[in-house]
Ligand binder design. Sequence first.
Ligand SMILES: [Zn+2]
Length: 140
Amino acid sequence: MKRVYTASDPVNAHLVRELLEGNGIPAVVQDERIFAVRGSVPVVYPTVWVNEDGYEAARAVVEQFDAAAKQPAETASWICPACGERIDGQFTECWKCAGAAEAVSGATGERKRSRLYFLILIAVAAAVIALLLRKLVEKH
Ligand SMILES: [Zn+2]
């Protein structure tokens, strides 16, 4: 087998593995247990391995994944036409002047609430992942 990808965390490693298998390339994740055992200090990064005959195709998939992973953060951000604030791509509304927009539309409270739910969702997802990692470590 050949290593085709070194991930920054187990979640990314499994994303790549699923992407490869979705493209018909069998792949396995290794070193993720070491990553989990060492907790928040990732000395050994999880890696994704494929068979030699699938390596070239896997490289192409991984390069696409890398490019896609890097791009959105930089290119998807936008400038609010009303206040000039730079907004991250995952938000469709300006966080700075949403209040002003709301005074016009009357929907401000709802927007604030949906933003709060979004943040809570991220916090819950992070907690669940941490819990799963801990259980994985205890099992082994
Ligand atoms: Zn704005």
